[in-house]
Design a protein around this ligand. Structure first.
Ligand code: ARG
Length: 566
């Protein structure tokens, strides 16, 4: 149910009845209870054109607002705003429908589109780092969100599996033997260092490495086999992380850089035909108006670049996959790259006008001291270790609360720990740098996943204590219930907005508001106590159930689980 849209319709009707034309009617949430529930402030800009007093127009519109349904009261306020109050029984009914709906009142889009979401994208020659962690977490959430709203989401893991380093790496893999290689590759950083050492120390090895680069590129079966093996092992390690993180990214979503190799000459040809290419110092470039530095698409020696592959990928995604929205969840430091690549793709017609291209940029992960995230000895943090630590710390945080069996505790700790890592990342504005702080992310107070999970479990415990059928009827009976129901009815609007802005933090802020308000409602409105009238009890139980459904569904979009007991 799109609450805002429904209120807009009431205003639209009122304006039509008052014979006033306004485009793009949009009410907003009232900031304070005394301003009602929603506010319409589209009158003021009108007053000028109409040469009339805004309060006068507002009064006229107010007199035309139908107050027999969703809206119960409308008032002129300030210099010409209209404050709106929603009707409790209308809200009660809407909440009841939401409670009965397995999709928690969120309808699927009537016109879904195909969306490609490019995320994670680790490089196979390097250890997956914290930047890829952010991309994976944010990208997975956006994929969940858009597909929940009905779009056809195509997840694409654009792994870096091509480049000259692979000559050295596969030569080394061959030298130490596949068996040992598989084991050693567990630490890619170390493996890389050892290969590099061999390369620097031994001229014969270096020659072989160079020869292998040429051989992979020309499709030599032996070298390709080694290369495939290397990628396979490397990707396997990434998948270990995806597993721990519980993200929906499988082998079928991998479309590696190398996939586009054969399309690269076609990209150059297409650009050439459009007359977009210029040769500068031997390299083929595209100059863009207003940009000093051109986009190089082919080097003097014939080699292609990261950008060429991205152009091929854009082309493929728009043409072959039919995507109408292509979203790149990549570190903000690549903003310049994407800006150029998107422009070239559009201006050259590789991608049609009707396709939305967006760089979903995110900031750097910092430690508590505000420095880029590193281990104590200054090396990069291994993601596997980080995620394992999250689970261990989660165990510490929850152990004291209840009696769990070891298996139960293990499972809980995983849900709580991984949830905390994800939530902490998602709950800040993605473009800000993000400070990684264990204590904060595993805190029971504040805007954390643990707080949400705890509230959810709290509601479940109410249900456990109440042995009886829980009704489906919600009756808004007081001010705080009114506010809680109103907030819950906004769920669909919040998701839609977050999808449009590609902003998961809008969902976390919303869930935090829901949980906080629920806790206050619960303090002020006894549910199970004897003196509570049965019909009131039933309504409050139903309202608690609806709250739980919103929390569960919201967290599930964020890729975070809930537990029954905590
Ligand atoms: N492998 C790249 C990196 O680690 C990220 C890939 C992002 N996706 C893309 N289509 N360029 O920086």
């Amino acid at each position: 149910m799109k609450l805002k849209e429904q209120i807009n319709l009431y205003i639209e009707d009122a304006l039509a009845n008052a014979s006033i034309k306004v485009e793009n009617i949009s009410v907003s949430e009232a900031g304070k209870p005394e301003f009602g529930d929603y506010q319409f402030n589209g009158i003021m800009p009108l007053a000028k054109t109409l040469k009339r007093n805004p309060r006068e127009i507002a009064a006229e519109v107010v007199s035309c607002i139908d107050t027999s349904g969703l809206i119960t009261k409308a008032e002129v306020a300030g210099p010409g705003f209209i404050n709106l109050w929603l009707n409790d029984s209308w809200m009660s009914e809407a909440a009841g429908r939401m409670l009965a709906d397995p999709r928690v009142g969120v309808e699927k889009k009537p016109y879904p589109i195909k969306v490609v979401i490019d995320y994670s994208g680790p490089n196979m020659a390097k250890e997956m780092h914290v930047g890829h962690l952010r991309s994976t977490i944010i990208g997975d959430t956006l994929s969940n969100l858009l597909s929940f709203l009905g779009d056809e989401v195509i997840r694409q893991n654009h792994i870096g599996d091509w480049g000259t380093q692979f000559g050295m790496l596969i030569a080394y893999l061959e030298e130490i033997g596949l068996e040992t290689g598989s084991k050693n590759l567990k630490d890619l950083e170390q493996f890389y260092k050892s290969a590099k050492r061999r390369f620097d120390e031994d001229a014969a090895f270096a020659d072989k490495a160079r020869e292998y680069v040429v051989k992979i590129q020309s499709g030599d079966p032996h070298c390709l086999k080694l290369w495939k093996k290397f990628i396979d092992i490397s990707l396997g390690h990434c998948e270990e992380i995806y597993d721990k993180l519980d993200v929906n990214l499988g082998r079928e979503d991998v479309r590696a850089e190398s996939f586009y190799n054969e399309k690269l000459p076609e990209v150059i040809k297409a650009l050439e035909e459009k007359g977009h290419l210029q040769v500068s110092e031997g390299a083929k470039c595209v100059f863009l108006e207003g940009e000093e530095i051109p986009l190089i698409v082919q080097k003097g020696d014939g080699g292609y670049l990261y950008a060429t592959t991205d152009l091929a990928a854009l082309w493929f995604r728009a043409e072959a996959l039919g995507a109408k929205r292509i979203s790149y969840v990549v570190d903000a430091r690549q903003a310049g790259h994407f800006k150029q690549v998107f422009r070239v793709a559009k201006e050259s017609g590789l991608v049609g006008e009707d396709v939305l291209l967006e760089h979903i940029a995110f900031g750097t992960m910092m430690d508590k001291g505000g420095k880029p995230f590193k281990t104590r000895d200054g090396s990069t943090v291994k993601l596997v270790d980080l995620l394992d630590e999250a689970v261990i710390r989660a165990k510490e945080a929850i152990k004291a609360k209840e009696e769990y069996s070891p298996a139960e505790l293990e499972n809980l700790a995983r849900i709580v720990g991984i949830g905390a890592v994800k939530y902490a990342d998602l709950s800040i504005h993605r473009e800000s740098n993000y400070i990684f702080d264990w204590e904060k992310m595993l805190s029971l107070e504040g805007n954390t996943s643990l707080y949400q999970q705890y509230a959810y479990a709290r509601i479940m415990s109410i249900f456990r204590k109440y042995d009886g059928e829980i009704g489906q009827t919600i009756v808004v009976g007081n001010e705080i219930e009114h506010r809680l129901v109103l907030l819950l009815l906004r769920f669909s609007d919040v998701l839609e907005r977050a999808a449009k802005d590609a902003a998961p933090h809008q969902i976390t802020s919303y869930l935090y508001d829901v949980t906080t308000l629920f806790m206050r409602f619960y303090e002020q409105n006894p549910i199970l106590r004897e003196h509570v009238e049965e019909s009131v009890r039933q309504s409050r139980l139903a309202l608690s159930a609806l709250t739980a459904n919103v929390i569960r569904q919201g967290l599930s979009i964020l890729g975070i689980g809930v537990v029954e007991r905590l």
